[in-house]
Design a protein around this ligand. Structure first.
Ligand SMILES: NC(=O)c1ccc[n+]([C@@H]2O[C@H](COP(=O)([O-])OP(=O)(O)OC[C@H]3O[C@@H](n4cnc5c(N)ncnc54)[C@H](OP(=O)(O)O)[C@@H]3O)[C@@H](O)[C@H]2O)c1
Length: 308
């Protein structure tokens, strides 16, 4: 009897966890031959999985990474899995504005096309600073991608219809932006939430500015994914998280699906500026839809990265 109850409880728990981890998969089989896709942080986790999917569909794929050894290894693996030799890497450190400017200069000289830009790279909640003295999360996750996208916007417009996809997180809802202290870095998790809220405002304002110009923008929450984000923490935290992630988080393949959907599906273009979860346009908390805040953040970001 005891054995039967244990088996039944295990089976119920297994089915419950499976139900909890269910995700929609992108069913659109569109090919991307002749298109160029740029993915930041494409050497790891969701980014690498997305890069592989783009390469399988025939795109020229460029992964922009800060660690050249990891990038070379990822390129070899993506080529082997996709059977597409049109995959390459370039150096980009989003924690350094000079590196972003140098990257864009080289990219624009070398590459004639940019059809899909995927702002994927991200730092989890760590208490650290970028080379330009921005809090690491806000600097890499928002400001780095803000500068990168702006410097590449001309090429995206030339290649229209083109798309910009930015990875955000549903944890955006736990914080609001403080314009007196955008560089806030007191509690790292809150800094992370703010950077992910900034990704959402950035996408909305970009979509508004690009209306009628053929460039559409989407923010994506990939779900909670068993990627390599824990590598920034202590060994003890990593061990605990491995167990939690195994039970509750989805695979990188599942996490990449909404990004792939926003990159290829025709129906998403009707929702430019939208927030996507599980391959569908999802609703946001009212404060995250404030166009005035989105505009204000854009202008503040321009000043912070010295874009003007
Ligand atoms: N995993 C989740 O549960 C989850 C949930 C919601 C949202 N997201 C978002 O999904 C995106 C992808 O994350 P992931 O889960 O796939 O994490 P990951 O496996 O840690 O990948 C992050 C990528 O970003 C790169 N990166 C970090 N700092 C960089 C910098 N300064 N310059 C250039 N590249 C940099 C990393 O490069 P290195 O390999 O050199 O460190 C790595 O390639 C992130 O934006 C994250 O916020 C993830």
């Amino acid at each position: 009897m005891y054995l039967l109850c244990t088996i039944a409880a295990s089976l119920i728990s297994f089915l419950f966890l499976k139900w909890l981890k269910r995700r929609r998969f992108c069913m659109d089989v569109k090919r991307l031959d002749g298109k160029t896709v740029l993915i930041t942080g494409g050497n790891s986790g969701i980014g690498k999985e997305t890069a592989t999917a783009m390469a399988i569909r025939g795109a020229r794929v460029i992964i922009a990474c800060r660690d050249m050894e990891k990038a070379e290894k990822a390129v070899r693996e993506i080529k082997a899995t996709s059977h597409n030799l049109n995959v390459l890497h370039m150096h980009l450190d989003l924690a350094n504005m000079r590196s972003i400017r140098d990257f864009c200069k080289t990219f624009l000289q070398r590459e004639k096309r940019l059809d899909i830009l995927i702002n994927n790279a991200g730092m989890p909640s760590v208490l650290d600073w970028t080379d330009d003295s921005f809090s690491m999360c806000f600097g890499v996750n928002h400001l780095g991608h803000f500068l990168l996208t702006n410097l590449l916007l001309g090429r995206l417009k030339e290649c229209a219809p083109s798309r910009v996809i930015t990875l955000t997180c549903s944890a955006y809802k736990y914080q609001k932006l403080d314009f007196q202290d955008l560089n806030y870095n007191l509690f790292p998790f809150f800094t992370y939430c703010r950077s992910k809220l900034a990704n959402i405002y950035f996408t909305q304002e970009l979509a508004r500015m690009m209306e009628g110009k053929g460039v559409t923008a989407y923010s994506v929450h990939p779900g909670y994914v068993q990627s390599n984000w824990t590598c920034h923490y202590s060994i003890l935290f990593r061990i605990v998280m491995q167990v939690i992630m195994f039970m509750f988080f989805v695979s990188c393949e599942a996490g990449a699906q909404t990004v792939i959907h926003c990159a290829v599906a025709d129906e998403v273009t009707a929702h430019s500026g939208g927030y996507f979860v599980d391959c569908r346009c999802a609703s946001l908390r009212p404060f995250a839809k404030d166009a005035g805040v989105a505009r204000k953040l854009w202008e503040a970001s321009e000043r912070m990265v010295k874009l003007a």
